[in-house]
Design a protein. Structure first.
Length: 516
């Protein structure tokens, strides 16, 4: 059974409200080693010029270009008014020499002003070749020297980049990695990225869910909130009920608090989910699996992580490199069988050659896992699974020998209660648990879960013992919807600045324990 619920929270500034701009610092760190020479260096220069052209009036910036050594536009941060002079300086840069990533990162970090939100855009096409080249040492030095207000956004160009280094830099510094593969347009990708982060409206975000206990949140930590963009937070929660969600953040160094009262986290589970709500559990699972796969790639496997990937993949029908059994194994897969598969996958990983940090395979894997971790929609079922697996009302079913079986069914721990197709109990059950109506629509042979029990639809006319349960009263059968979109309320009226007076918060919640 599923004792807990899954929720999706959408956080976005209102487009109708004029925003007070937050002054930010932008550090542009450009690889100008010999391997960058040619079209990609010209595209990189165009990308930096685009950013300089779109700095806000109150912003500051600097440019550091690195090859065998590090050269700087200026020795300190400069006002946005100097953008034209900086563009002229860029025109004199050439691509030559080796790649000193360590000094480039440490030199840029030393420029960070701890009092302002700082966005460090780090662009490279190669591995460290001079200076300190050990990625572990580089990361340790960044950890020791990077202030908490800096956000690092690495761009890896081509296949000869250290994905372990770039992804870890991003993960540990509130950023995300972008990989520009051969044939993709570098300047267009960077311009699109900068459009998303150009206007921060709230930084250092923290959410407090009050009486509701939440866990397994993705993304975590929360990124900054930017004008024209949104944050989708997927997570799990225990219990349910009404609560006030408290959002805190900073605007130009001033702490701001916003309250979102009467957020209802469903604790009845008797409402058949809308299509949007039904997609939430798979979206959450997609993000968590992407996160776990990235952790394995960066830090190596452990039994618990492999087991989580196996369990989530089976439960939500998401194919990963560790879960080809979704295609080959017969359902249902009991907890014992899942443990067997997890052990086999761990041994296979431990005996395989060490993962490469660079190369085409490494870059493509890093890009795919990054996309899963930040997915805005559930991962689509692959073509070979579409006839065998169905996702309906937020649950995943596998067809095994003509029987549609809920992947949450564990034959080691559950016994099925037979229900004759189209019998009186068949219709009473659907009235008692609306989610079963969607499950039973799959066909005449179905095993589905409700309220922790497994019900098996068998052939019509078969003599089966009657079920003993009570139908809900009218009030219970027509509960209120659990999707809310309240207005924000400031904790103190004077602290609500104009830039966020129209902040919107949408919490879509879905509790599963009474359905499964």
């Amino acid at each position: 059974s599923e004792p807990d619920g899954t929720f999706l929270l959408l956080l976005a500034p209102s487009p109708k409200t004029p925003s007070e701009r937050i002054a930010k610092d932008v550090l542009l760190v450009l690889d100008r080693s010999g391997s960058m020479d040619g079209e990609k260096f010209q595209q990189a220069l165009q990308a930096l010029e685009y950013i300089l052209d779109h700095l806000q009036e109150q912003d500051r910036f600097n440019i550091l270009a690195f090859g065998s050594d590090v050269v700087q536009y200026q020795s300190n941060l400069r006002p946005a008014a100097e953008a034209s002079a900086a563009k002229q300086w860029l025109k004199n840069l050439t691509a030559e020499g080796s790649t000193d990533i360590y000094n480039a990162l440490l030199s840029s970090i030393q420029m960070v002003d701890p009092a302002k939100p700082t966005y460090l855009i780090f662009l490279t096409d190669g591995l460290p070749t001079v200076g300190i080249q050990d990625s572990g040492i580089i990361l340790d030095q960044v950890r020791q020297n990077a202030p908490p207000n800096v956000r690092i956004f690495p761009f890896g160009v081509g296949f000869d980049v250290d994905t372990f280094l770039l992804d870890t830099l991003a993960q540990e510094n509130h950023g995300y990695s972008t990989y520009i593969q051969p044939g993709e347009n570098l300047d267009r990708e960077i311009a699109a990225f900068y459009e998303r982060i150009n206007t921060p409206v709230l930084t250092n975000l923290v959410l407090d869910f009050g009486a509701i206990q939440v866990y397994d949140l993705y993304p975590s930590p929360l990124p900054d909130l930017f004008a024209g963009s949104q944050i989708l937070l997927a997570g799990r929660y225990k219990g349910g009920g009404s609560t006030t969600i408290r959002l805190t953040g900073e605007i130009n160094g001033e702490k701001q608090t916003f309250l979102f009262p009467a957020q209802v986290f469903d604790q009845q589970g008797t409402v058949l989910p809308t299509p949007a709500q039904a997609a939430i559990p798979r979206l959450w699972a997609t993000r968590k699996i992407g996160h776990l796969l990235t952790q394995i790639r960066l830090k190596g496997p452990d039994p618990e992580t492999i087991e989580q990937i196996v369990r989530l993949s089976i439960r939500y029908g998401i194919v990963t490199p560790y879960t080809s059994y979704l295609v080959t194994e017969e359902a249902p897969l009991s907890s014992t069988e899942q443990q067997r598969i997890s052990g086999e996958q761990l041994q296979e990983y431990l005996t395989a050659p060490a993962l490469e940090a660079s190369g085409m395979g490494a870059v493509q894997k890093a890009a795919e896992q990054g996309a899963m971790s930040s997915a805005a929609a559930p991962l689509s079922l692959e073509t070979e699974l579409q006839k065998r697996i169905k996702v309906i009302a937020g649950r995943t079913f596998v067809n095994s020998n003509g029987v549609w079986i809920d992947t949450a069914f564990d034959p080691d721990k559950m016994k099925t209660h037979p229900i004759a197709f189209l019998s009186e109990d068949y219709f009473r059950l659907m009235q008692r648990y609306p989610s079963l109506a969607a499950a039973f629509s799959l066909g005449e042979r179905v095993i589905a879960l409700a309220d922790g029990k497994a019900y098996e639809v068998v052939a019509a006319g078969r003599d089966v013992p009657p079920l003993e349960f009570e139908l809900p009263d009218q009030a219970e059968s027509q509960p209120t919807a659990s999707t809310t979109s309240p207005q924000s309320t400031p904790e103190h009226q004077e602290s609500l600045l104009p830039c966020l007076s129209g902040l919107l918060l949408l919490a879509m919640v879905l509790l599963l324990k009474h359905w499964w």
